[in-house]
Design a binder for this molecule. Structure first.
Ligand SMILES: Cc1cc2nc3c(=O)[nH]c(=O)nc-3n(C[C@H](O)[C@H](O)[C@H](O)COP(=O)(O)OP(=O)(O)OC[C@H]3O[C@@H](n4cnc5c(N)ncnc54)[C@H](O)[C@@H]3O)c2cc1C
Ligand code: FES
Length: 291
């Protein structure tokens, strides 16, 4: 079950539209940037797994925003949620344009959108990230270990005894924010395709190693390229471990209107139906997805 469930009307009532400026913008790995914006309305409400639609103010190409997950929430000296960070990899039109922006440039952000990850009590939460799929995992680790509180009303936190991040990337150069995860997680395991850091091979090898040690009280949360999420979901199923995945289907509106973001989701009667990643997702139980 997802941490928060939004109906269409709840979603439309609950998201905020914020015009703000970039506070900090820095390159943290190959083609990967971290952007921080002051946005107390968003910082107060967002929970791990939710996302924002982001636009560069005054630019019409691309006209529509792009979805970026909550990476980190920042508090001011009084402990009040004040700012959010997102992390993105440069791919196409929007991310290329955003990477040219500097501190002080105006951006428009609406959110928080979608449903967060489960807050079900867990012995060992295994986070599995591929490529830029690590973005929703930092806040999730922090909430699960009770190191930070998220949401309004405040979401349950401190629900995992141990959190391990299994993080796979093409090479060491593409690993982004490892030091952030090392500060928060109980354990960080790395796999690279070329062996330049950590295990030389697939991130699923790391997950299997962990599950071979013990599956007792384990749960998996996963985000990354779809073939990798499908593989992780098969591993989870074969070990009998519950698994949630955060889909990154391309989106146009982000608020449930355009149906560009649909995924095939199994229903209780065994049939499947299309569900919107922006409203019913982006977090789904992996066994419900028709890959
Ligand atoms: C819920 C959600 C959360 C997301 N969080 C993040 C995040 O935290 N960081 C991040 O970098 N990206 C994230 N994304 C993806 C992001 O929204 C953009 O799709 C991506 O950055 C590409 O945008 P662009 O305009 O640069 O590329 P475009 O010009 O739109 O496309 C460039 C190329 O990338 C392909 N492409 C576009 N969108 C996707 C996609 N979603 N997955 C795979 N290929 C795609 C296109 O087919 C094209 O080949 C998220 C997506 C969703 C739905
Ligand atoms: S992006 Fe428009 S309905 Fe989901």
């Amino acid at each position: 079950m997802s941490g928060t469930d939004h109906s269409d009307s709840e979603c439309l009532n609950r998201f905020e539209f914020v015009s703000t400026r970039i506070e900090q913008h820095r390159c943290i790995a190959e083609s990967t940037w971290r952007m921080t914006c002051v946005a107390p309305e968003l910082a107060k409400r967002a929970v791990p797994g939710q996302f924002f639609m982001v636009r560069i103010a005054g630019q019409n190409d691309p006209l529509i925003g792009r979805a970026l997950a909550l990476y980190e929430m920042h508090r001011d000296s009084n402990g009040t949620p004040m700012a959010i960070s997102v992390v993105y990899t440069v791919k196409g039109k929007f991310t290329q344009a955003l990477s040219r922006c500097v501190a002080g440039d105006a951006v428009e952000i609406w959110g928080p959108l979608g449903n967060g990850f489960s807050t079900h009590p867990t012995e060992h939460l295994i986070l599995v990230a591929g490529g830029v799929g690590q973005t929703p995992m930092l806040s999730l680790a922090s909430a699960a270990l009770g190191k930070s509180q998220y949401g309004s009303p405040v979401q349950p936190n401190g629900y995992a005894k141990r959190v391990t991040l299994c993080y796979g990337a093409r090479s060491q150069a593409y690993l982004a924010g490892v030091e952030d995860f090392e500060k928060v997680c109980s354990q960080v395991l790395i796999a690279t395709d070329d062996g330049s850091r950590g295990h030389h091979g697939l991130v699923t090898d790391l997950v299997k190693d962990l599950l071979n040690q013990s599956t007792a009280g384990c749960r998996i949360a996963c985000c990354g390229p779809e073939p990798m999420m499908e593989a992780v979901s098969q591993v989870a199923q074969s070990y009998g471990v519950p698994c949630q995945v955060s889909l990154e289907t391309p989106m146009a509106c982000g608020i449930g209107i355009c149906f560009t973001c649909v995924a095939k989701i199994k229903q209780s009667d065994g049939e499947w139906d299309y569900q919107r990643t922006c409203i019913e997702g982006p977090v789904f139980e992996s066994e419900a997805i028709v890959w």
